[in-house]
Structure formats: structure tokens, C-alpha cells
Design a protein around this ligand. Sequence first.
Ligand code: NDP
Length: 449
Amino acid sequence: MNIKNPYLQKVYQQTCDRDPDQPEFLNAVLEVLGTLEPVIEKHPEFEAAGLIERLVEPERMVQFRVAWQDDNGKTQVNRGYRVQCNSAIGPYKGGLRFHPSVNLSIIKFLAFEQVFKNSLTGLPMGGGKGGADFDPKGKSDAEIMRFCQSFMTELSKYIGAETDVPAGDIGVGAREIGYLFGQYKRIRNEYTGILTGKGLSYGGSLVRTQATGYGLLYFVREMLAVMANDSPKDKVTVISGSGNVAIYAAEKAQEMGAKVVAMSDSNGYLYDPNGVRLDVVKQIKEVRRERICEYVKEVPTAQYHKGCRGIWSIPCEMALPCATQNELLLEDAQKLIANGVKLVAEGANMPCALDAVAAFQKAGVLYAPGKASNAGGVATSGLEMCQNAMKYSWSEQEVDEKLQRIMVSIFHNAYTSAKEYGMEGNLLAGANIAGFMKVAQAMMAQGIL
Ligand code: NDP
């Protein structure tokens, strides 16, 4: 992706010079700045106010030691992070990721993306992200609890219901959120909606667990209807991952009549030409916390293949990458295109490499960027914050209807913005522009900060 506008070029170069060792963050900055050229040309006041320089520099970043004892009484030390990227339109909001690959570059990239995603939801939420290089896999419940308590003991100094409200992400599900919430409550002696994704018995929202996956399909349904006069019904669909996002994307896709034939984890993928049995996947992943290879023991007509990227060689009409960043590279995109894929919609954050995205766009494949199509999770987190503030709970139907309305509106916002700036059909540009404009207007109104 090239940036032609001299101001954007200059800011991108400065960012590269300042953080040359942060490839994921630089990639995210390049992806956004590469689509903002027409906006910057129309609004010279943004350059005068140094707006883009400020946008690419997080407002605050904390890194901290997380020391905890394992079940053998041995002391372990991990590294924790919270990047508070932008609070122009609301308190920082964004998930926590526990995974051995976590580093500052990854958390900064996710926090930067979150700014635009949260803006697109139309709810008053700024952007942030955090996590630790801790691997929950293979740990006992007691170890997870001790880690979460130590992590929150430090994190609690920087967050608050009106300041920064974290949520889950990779490796942080209902169990971890429970331990984190309990520790915050104990330290601060206050019962506030400090985290979202909470259990229903202590302030959680109905549909939050399903929201990112369901939201992805609500977005896809609208996108197919408007851009192709089509629907997900009967579409052969491949979904990578088998975590929170992937499972509920598969559930809603099946409900809409799509045929999901493959899912994966970081070791390999299953191919079930008869249609994936989600009850079996849920048992393996949600209840037993085992590997996806177990599937073929229970459904012998299915196949298991080692190596997760092979999933993109399966012929399909819809591909929904729902695992992690950079899991779909150019060569995978080329295979999907050769096999006739019609739509690619991201459930994960930046799962497709930039050149893979360019290949989809060039080949006329409908492409939805994660910051728009996976915003259902954070949108429902926003709804959870509303319910906590009101000390009231909406019914499942009420939350689901609001989620559907938000996803449809995000699609139209991105679609219309792309059209307005002469890039009809380019939802990546449209989402960046629409998300950016609201944040930019708020930053301009609030002065140089
Ligand atoms: P989970 O931890 O629940 O699941 C992640 C899944 O992806 C696991 O099945 C994991 O397998 C698998 N995985 C990891 N790396 C690969 C790989 N290279 N290839 C194939 N599978 C892989 O995370 P979530 O479902 O919550 O998050 C998935 C993505 O969605 C992330 O990018 C996240 O940032 C994004 N997202 C999540 C939201 C949410 O509400 N949860 C909201 C918006 C975005 P294994 O078990 O082997 O590690």
C-alpha cells in the first residue's frame, strides 16, 4: 500500500523512524493512513492542527511486571500492558489479550484499530487495548486465578468505569474476566462496570458472548444484500479459529442457512463436507478445552489436517478469518480467489495481510475489514456499560435487536463514506474514513492535547 499525500507520508515515515521494531503497529498505521488521503486533501485544517501526528501516538502506555506463583510454588514473571490510545470520543475501551506472542507492537496495533472500530459503533467509546505475554493453555484454574489477581492489582491503578473499561480478547474469556473483576472489586472496594464480558450473575449483558460472531454475520448479510443482491443461504463457508468469535460466527452462519465446512485452531484444521457439527466443537473447545483434532474421533466422516493455514485451500464461497492477525497471506488469498470465493469478512483483527486484501479487492471479491465487521463485540460491550450505568438489564431480544441495528448501520456508514470519497465498494477505505471523521472532529473541538 502506497501513501501519496506528502503530509501522510511524512507522518508515516516519522512513525517508522520512532518505532522501527513494531511491525504490527506500523502495518496498522499504514493501512489507515493509506485510505485517508482524500479526507486530508479536503480538510487542510487537520494538518495545521497536527492531528495525524497525535492520532498515531497513544495518549498513554503502561508496561508492568506480573509476578505470580505456579502450582509448584515457583515464581513466574510475565509482562503486562495497557495502551490507552485515544479518548476523544469516550473512555478508553478495548480487550485484554493473554497469549505468549503479546508484545508492545501487537497491543499498540490493536489499540490503534480499536479507536476507529469504537467510533464506527456510534457509541461514546475511545480506544485502548492491553494484555500480557502469559499463556493460559495448560494452566490450572488456580494458576489462572493467581495470574489474573496479580495482573489486576497493577492494572487497577490505571483504569476506571469512567476512564478505561477493558474486556476479553484472545485467551481472556468468562473465567478470566470473573477473576479480574473480583480482584478489582476487592482492591477498590467498589462495585462498578469496570470490565465488560462479565457473567450474567454479576452485571454481564445477554448476547455479549455471541456478539462478535453474530455481529459479523449481521454485517455479512447486509453487505451481501446491498452489494450483491444475495444472502448467506447455502453458501459454502470456511471459518478459521474455534474460539469465541469463530464458534458464534459459525452458529449464526448456520442459522442463516450457510454450510460451514471447516474450522481450525493453531495446530490444524478440520474439514467436514457434511457441515461442521457445532455441538461437537463447543464440547471440545468450550467444555473440555481440548484441541480441534479431537473432532474426527467423534465425527469419523470428517478429516483433520495439521497446519492451520491449509484451511484456505478448501474451496468456498464465504471465508471468515476469525483466529488471529496475519493468518491469511497473499498466497492464501490467491488460492481462495482461484477457488471462486465471493466474500471475505474478517472476524479477527487484521487477519488478512495488506497484500492479500489488495488481491481480494482487485479480483472483485467482496471484502469486509475487521474494524467494521467484528465491531459487534465492542458494541455489545458498550450496551453492557449502558446497562451497568442504569443498573438495569435488557432482554436477549432487546440486546440482539440493538446489535443488529448497530451492525447494519456500521455497514451503511462505511459503504456511504467510501462512495462519498469516490471509492465505491471499498469498505476498508469507507470504514477508516467514517471511523476517523468522528474522532477527528472531537479532537479538533477539544484543542491541542
Ligand atoms: P479465542 O482465544 O477465543 O480464540 C482464538 C482461536 O484462534 C483459537 O481457536 C486459537 O486456537 C485459534 N488460533 C490462534 N492462532 C491461530 C492461527 N494462526 N490459525 C488458526 N487458528 C488460530 O479468541 P477470540 O475468538 O476472542 O478472538 C479471535 C480474534 O478475534 C482475535 O483477532 C481477536 O482480537 C478478535 N476479536 C475478538 C473479539 C471478541 O469479542 N472476543 C472482538 C473483536 C475482535 P488455539 O486454541 O490453538 O490457540
